[in-house]
Ligand binder design. Structure first.
Ligand SMILES: NC(=O)c1ccc[n+]([C@@H]2O[C@H](COP(=O)([O-])OP(=O)(O)OC[C@H]3O[C@@H](n4cnc5c(N)ncnc54)[C@H](OP(=O)(O)O)[C@@H]3O)[C@@H](O)[C@H]2O)c1
Length: 288
């Protein structure tokens, strides 16, 4: 088995590395040869660079694309750069995969949904993003599936792991402030990169191609997540709750975010099984 992991220095890329070495890694990956790559060695938005990379390496069985422009507010300011990384990048990888019969696992987001309906979104729900990030990611989903029929699109949400993320930022603020103000009217599924990486390795072995939702179980707000992180990490800091409208007034350049973007892991449940645990348990593992 030969694997390529792009965006390998990001939170998810690192988690894939750990998942491959974990005792519970699927046995199909035993002795697997993995190429790891990130900027500046491979810019996935550069079609020529991607095709040269594939020409220079032995054929892959699967490619796991963890590379993305993930700064949601930054995408509003530079849509061409967001589209290059989040839409053209996965298309370039998918096209290269198709030329050698490889599977592509491409990671996407809950932000493809508008978030105007309470409850959980299924893979059959119609996306309609409200941010530049969401639009670039939705385009990437479609382009990747169009370019390679063996494409898995794995939508996740509110990811934290080894890297810059909301939980780490709030823990840092909690140690230097008596109180913080956090949005409490956006609901989603905090997801530990370790758990997502484990599921991605299982999804990559499936031939049930298409869209998968994959988040830790249970829904909360950013304020709930902050309080849980402080409680579990023993940080003494008060969480003041605010609305998205208040946040937007304080940060007018920030991107709009969906109010309800919880995902239901339906495809997992119906096929290889849903091994994602409740978000609080996963957060405890992260902070433990
Ligand atoms: N983080 C979240 O809360 C969240 C939520 C839902 C979905 N997702 C999705 O989950 C996936 C993994 O996210 P993550 O949090 O692990 O991201 P991350 O930590 O930001 O890592 C992304 C990696 O991709 C690299 N990269 C950016 N543009 C690239 C390009 N054009 N070519 C090659 N590499 C490039 C980045 O390098 P630089 O650091 O040098 O830019 C970084 O190493 C992404 O598809 C993201 O959209 C994330």
């Amino acid at each position: 088995m030969r694997l390529l992991v792009t965006g390998s220095n990001g939170q998810l890329g690192r988690a894939i590395g750990n998942a491959l070495e974990a005792a519970d890694a699927p046995s199909a990956y035993e002795g697997c040869a993995v190429d790891w790559v990130d900027l500046p060695d491979l810019d996935i938005s550069n079609a020529e660079a991607v095709s040269k990379w594939f020409e220079a390496h032995e054929a892959y069985d699967a490619v796991i694309n963890c590379a993305a422009f993930t700064n949601v507010d930054g995408c509003e300011a530079d849509f061409p750069a967001a589209f290059a990384a989040n839409a053209l990048g996965p298309m370039n990888l998918a096209w290269a995969c198709a030329s050698q019969g490889a599977t592509l696992v491409h990671v996407s987001t809950d932000y493809v949904f508008p978030g105007n309906v309470p409850g959980e979104r299924t893979e059959a729900d119609v996306p309609a993003p409200i941010s530049a990030y969401g639009r670039s990611k939705l385009a990437g989903e479609g382009l990747a599936m169009a370019a390679n029929e063996r494409t898995h699109v794995v939508r996740t949400a509110w990811l934290y792991g080894d890297g810059k993320n909301f939980v780490r930022t709030m823990l840092g603020l909690g140690k230097t402030h008596d109180q913080v103000t956090v949005v409490d009217d956006q609901l989603g599924n905090p997801t530990f990169a370790k758990d997502l990486a484990h599921e991605i390795l299982r999804i990559a072995l499936s031939d049930s191609y298409g869209v998968w939702h994959c988040t830790n179980e249970g829904t909360c707000s950013w304020a709930d997540l902050t309080e849980a992180a402080y409680e579990l990490a023993g940080v003494d800091c008060k969480v003041n709750r605010c609305s998205s409208a208040d946040w937007k007034r304080m940060n007018p350049q920030s991107a709009d975010r969906p109010a309800f973007s919880s995902l239901k892991n339906g495809h997992l449940e119906q096929t290889i099984g849903n091994q994602m645990r409740p978000w609080r348990e996963a957060l405890g593992d992260y902070l433990g």
